[in-house]
Design a protein around this ligand. Structure first.
Ligand SMILES: CC(C)(COP(=O)(O)OP(=O)(O)OC[C@H]1O[C@@H](n2cnc3c(N)ncnc32)[C@H](O)[C@@H]1OP(=O)(O)O)[C@@H](O)C(=O)NCCC(=O)NCCS
Length: 187
């Protein structure tokens, strides 16, 4: 059984859509990532121009959706998806999502909370499928995926796992039983 060292954080977590005024906080969150987390997120070094990444994450348009988790007003996590440029209305082309949580706040349920809210937002926008690429060594992200009951949607390809999730099927599975946990954030 794994042991955890809980962080002494008592304030609540607020999740909301990112907006253009959050750009500097998004950039700073990505600058704070250590090399290993950056590798897990970007499959290599972090992008050189983090200001561009931050700007695109804070765009509010039909192709982009990004949520931020804030503790005491500090941004500690981001979940986002992007629709392919060619996606049309009524098109079931999947959107690709990604997550990042400040290293200091990992393993407290924030990634799970962000992903749950991102799926809710995707459904609200009529999205039917979500995909993600996850390195096989990314145990925390795979734990988040398995905790949600999505192990069946993972396919391994060498050092990478592809998640291809049908949101309709996921909704049915959740209605049938508590296979996917929605745990509260415990700090
Ligand atoms: C992957 C990542 C986003 C996960 O975020 P997180 O906030 O650490 O995830 P969670 O806390 O929700 O879940 C991770 C672990 O905490 C556990 N957990 C979930 N809810 C919990 C809660 N309420 N209390 C305590 N632990 C909890 C999960 O079971 C999982 O357990 P494990 O440590 O035994 O494996 C984060 O680790 C990260 O930013 N990594 C670097 C970037 C990256 O890999 N991004 C993904 C690319 S798609």
């Amino acid at each position: 059984m794994k042991t955890r060292t809980p962080h002494a954080v008592t304030t609540g977590v607020v999740v909301r859509s990112l907006r253009p005024t959050d750009r500097d906080d998004v950039q700073s969150l990505h600058e704070r990532m250590d090399q290993h987390d950056a590798y897990l997120r970007f499959f290599g070094a972090r992008p050189k121009h983090l200001e561009d990444l931050a700007e695109s994450l804070c765009l509010q348009d039909p192709r982009h959706c990004a949520l931020g988790a804030f503790i005491g007003g500090i941004l500690v996590g981001v979940a986002n998806y992007v629709s392919p440029a060619h996606q049309l209305d009524n098109d079931s082309t999947p959107v690709e999502f990604a997550l990042v949580v400040d290293h200091e706040y990992q393993s407290h349920g924030i990634g799970t909370m962000l992903l749950t809210r991102l799926v809710d937002a995707a459904r609200a926008h009529g999205i039917e499928r979500m995909t993600a690429e996850v390195l096989a060594q990314n145990t925390l992200m795979l734990e988040v995926i398995r905790d949600r009951g999505w192990a069946h949607a993972l396919r391994r390809d060498g050092t990478t796992l592809h998640l291809d999730l049908d949101l309709d099927l996921d909704e049915d599975a959740q209605a049938d039983g508590p296979s996917a946990r929605r745990r509260p954030v415990v700090m």
